[in-house]
Design a protein around this ligand. Structure first.
Ligand SMILES: [Zn+2]
Length: 288
């Protein structure tokens, strides 16, 4: 008598209802690819569970999942990734990531993370919400920095939740306080300005003030280099100090901690935020 091979499927078809849509799926596929479903279907099916999923009239209802995400993860489970012509969209990849975490699908994270990392046009807030909610360590710092520079819409707040919204709001208040502090600093004095035949020392205080106004109203978190570029532009637009004097001032500003405080505040805040999140150990992560 022939014996059964390892390819001997015993499961039938299962009906699922997701957001009012009915799906009919191979039980064996779910059991083979998802630890969550493997455990779920290994439980004895009694009472209501006996009929659940067996007919279209009594589907397994999946709450809290969109039919788009469900479709995306099915594309992945059914091996669509091996079809080289098929390109998963950013939304589709995000859906696969969410449900791979939820339903413990090995390989899901490893499939999605490098692809979404390569998509540089992803919205910073979407990216940050994925990094924090789906616990992707390597996305956290860059997405935090990118999200911090954006003014949030209502959708953004919904996406990242109140805790992170409060965190970013607090960070921006700190930034604004720093800018107020910087606004009242005296312009650096240099001998070159006083001695300059173009009387640069007379123009300099006003240029310094204009620069701080521009800085105060600028979007995002500015680093030393960006602020120096801004100062140079303000100086040029307002016919400010001469090249020699500017170089002298620039030298002086290299030791100015005010011009570095915003980027330092941002990185410090990102590091503190990162310590608040428990990350999954990803295969793609460095061993640090
Ligand atoms: Zn000069």
């Amino acid at each position: 008598m022939p014996s059964t091979s390892s390819y001997y499927f015993t499961g039938g078809m299962l009906y699922f209802e997701v957001q009012g849509k009915i799906f009919r799926i191979h039980e064996d596929i779910l059991v083979a690819r998802s630890t969550f479903f493997k455990q779920m279907f290994s439980l004895p099916r009694e009472g209501v569970r006996e009929v659940e999923g067996q007919t279209e009239e009594a589907p397994i209802v999946v709450p809290g999942v969109t039919s788009q995400d469900f479709t995306s993860v099915l594309l992945f489970l059914y091996g669509r990734e091996f079809d080289r012509c098929h390109k998963f969209s950013e939304d589709s990849l995000a859906g696969i990531l969410r449900l791979s975490n939820k339903w413990q699908i090995p390989g899901g994270r490893a499939f999605v993370i490098p692809q979404l990392t390569a998509q540089s046009d992803i919205d910073p807030v979407v990216w940050f919400s994925l990094a924090s909610h789906e616990r992707v360590r390597q996305w956290f710092m860059p997405s935090f920095v990118a999200a911090a520079a954006k003014s949030f819409t209502e959708d953004d707040i919904f996406l990242i939740g109140v805790t992170w919204t409060a965190y970013f709001t607090q960070l921006r208040e700190q930034q604004l306080n720093f800018r107020r502090l910087a606004y009242f600093t005296q312009p650096p004095t240099r001998a070159e300005l006083d001695e300059c035949p173009s009387e640069c020392h007379k123009k300099w205080p006003l240029i310094w003030r204009y620069f701080h106004v521009a800085w105060f109203y600028a979007d995002g978190f500015l680093g030393y280099k960006e602020l120096l570029d801004m100062l140079e532009e303000v100086n040029a637009v307002n016919h400010g100090i001469c090249e020699t004097c500017f170089e002298a001032v620039e030298e002086d500003l290299q030791n100015n901690s005010m011009l570095r405080m915003e980027s330092e505040l941002l990185l410090d805040s990102a590091r503190k935020a990162m310590a608040m999140v428990v990350f999954d150990d990803d295969i793609d992560d460095d061993d640090d």
